[in-house]
Design a protein. Structure first.
Length: 161
């Protein structure tokens, strides 16, 4: 079993329901969800939209390897109504997005998958919920805890009430 951290985001439809369904499906198809952050409201990142996001991070124990984890999370996205996958060149509104942030201490740098996720330390809607559920988490390749790599006081996120 490995511990995986997944980031969830949605900015279309019933956002809270989208996240709740994603958590349920991850629990069914990926492994036991151990912890889930609060839901946070954030502005779109990397593109313009009138639709704000709701984001969360969860910790899951899984027996899936990295590629099967990627396939499972992408299938959950499709099953929950996602029609197109975002590329690094073109971010868009989405009903659900599930990103693999970390998988144990693995470092993967393939064309299909990068672990640790490349933008963990850049996106407050990722590092603030991750910090909430795993404050002493060591980020592979840095040998430092997350709390030492970011300044949580600079974020502007609000928890969903």
């Amino acid at each position: 079993m490995e511990t995986a951290y997944l980031a969830l985001g949605t900015n279309l439809g019933n956002k809270v329901n989208n996240l709740n369904k994603a958590v349920q499906e991850i629990n069914k198809r990926v492994g036991k969800v151990i912890s889930l952050s609060a839901y946070y409201v954030s502005a779109p990142w990397g593109f313009e939209s009138d639709n704000s996001f709701i984001n969360a991070v969860l910790k899951v124990e899984t027996s899936l390897d990295a590629l099967n984890l990627l396939q499972a999370t992408q299938q959950i996205e499709v099953d929950l109504g996602r029609k197109t996958k975002t590329t690094a060149q073109s971010y868009t509104d989405r009903i659900i997005d599930i990103d693999i942030l970390l998988l144990g201490n693995q470092v993967i740098n393939s064309e299909m998958l990068k672990i640790p996720h490349l933008h963990i330390l850049e996106r407050d809607f990722v590092y603030i919920p991750l910090l909430e559920i795993a404050p002493t988490l060591l980020i592979p390749n840095t040998y430092k805890p997350l709390k030492d790599l970011i300044n949580p006081d600079t974020h502007t996120l609000e928890k969903l009430k």
